[in-house]
Design a protein around this ligand. Structure first.
Ligand code: ADP
Ligand code: ADP
Length: 226
């Protein structure tokens, strides 16, 4: 079963900038799937369309078989997003931010408390949980974003450059978490401009270049095709 389906997806930003030039692909259930391509290829645009923060110009984007419409948050109950430039509230502490996210998903407050505690422990954030997020390192901020994306135990996780600009320890924690999620049957979709990251980590890869899908392949075959 495919979890994500794109059909001839196009995005033209203001000023006639073509960011996606007809991308079609399907992302299967229970894989770790990489969107690989250089900066400017269109990876974030795909992810932002899936997240509903950018509106597609043409084509179809479906998640769980349902078409994504702008401002349609219904399908998001089963999805966790980590966008590249998270606009979370930096004046909040990690504890406050995670409580806020739990409330957005309408979780019960006792469940939120337990879940926040579990996530802060899991990501080694407890020591700084009552400091404002703006004082955190990039790695810690990424972990807070990931914790927020996991708060409602989604079936699908979509992450934009989750390992970019962070320290090796945080990167390892994030990779281990994503692997653990995948082993539990969560579908993980991530973007990267780093072949090594994708090759070591993903089961399947789509190469994106200049707004087009160049090819999609199982990771073990990637070196043959590049
Ligand atoms: P990637 O994530 O692969 O680096 P993006 O999806 O961010 O690629 O960008 C694809 C192209 O669209 C780039 O040329 C980028 O400059 C352009 N672009 C991205 N966002 C905007 C925007 N809000 N307005 C105009 N152009 C944009
Ligand atoms: P188990 O496999 O028995 O759940 P883990 O060490 O994987 O043990 O997890 C310990 C606790 O942390 C569990 O309560 C689990 O739900 C939670 N947990 C584990 N991984 C994550 C994660 N990536 N995000 C959120 N909670 C997690």
């Amino acid at each position: 079963m495919s979890i994500i389906e794109l059909v001839d997806l196009k995005k033209v930003y203001m000023g006639n900038h073509v960011a996606l030039d007809g991308v079609s692909m399907t992302i299967p259930h229970s894989t770790v799937f990489g969107l690989l391509g250089p900066n400017g290829a269109g990876k974030s645009t795909i992810i932002n369309i899936l997240a509903g923060v950018v509106k597609r110009s043409e084509g179809i984007a479906k998640i769980f078989g349902k078409t994504i419409e702008h401002d349609d948050y219904i399908h998001k109950k089963d999805i966790g997003f980590v966008l590249e430039d998270p606009h979370y509230l930096e004046k909040l502490t990690a504890t406050e931010y995670l409580h806020f996210c739990g409330a957005l998903y309408e979780l019960k407050s006792t469940d939120i408390k337990e879940r926040v505690n579990e996530l802060l422990t899991f990501f080694d954030l407890k020591g700084r949980a009552t400091s404002q997020i703006e004082t955190y390192s990039n790695g810690m901020k990424k972990k807070v974003s990931l914790a927020a994306a996991l708060i409602h135990q989604p079936k699908l996780l979509i992450l934009d450059e989750p390992l970019e600009g962070i320290d090796p320890t945080s990167a390892k924690q994030i990779k281990d978490t994503l692997r653990l999620m995948a082993d539990r049957g969560v579908t993980v979709v991530l973007s990267s401009h780093n072949l090594d990251t994708v090759e070591k980590f993903c089961d399947e890869v789509a190469i994106i270049h200049k707004g087009k899908l160049v090819f999609q392949t199982k990771t073990e075959e990637i070196r043959i095709k590049i």
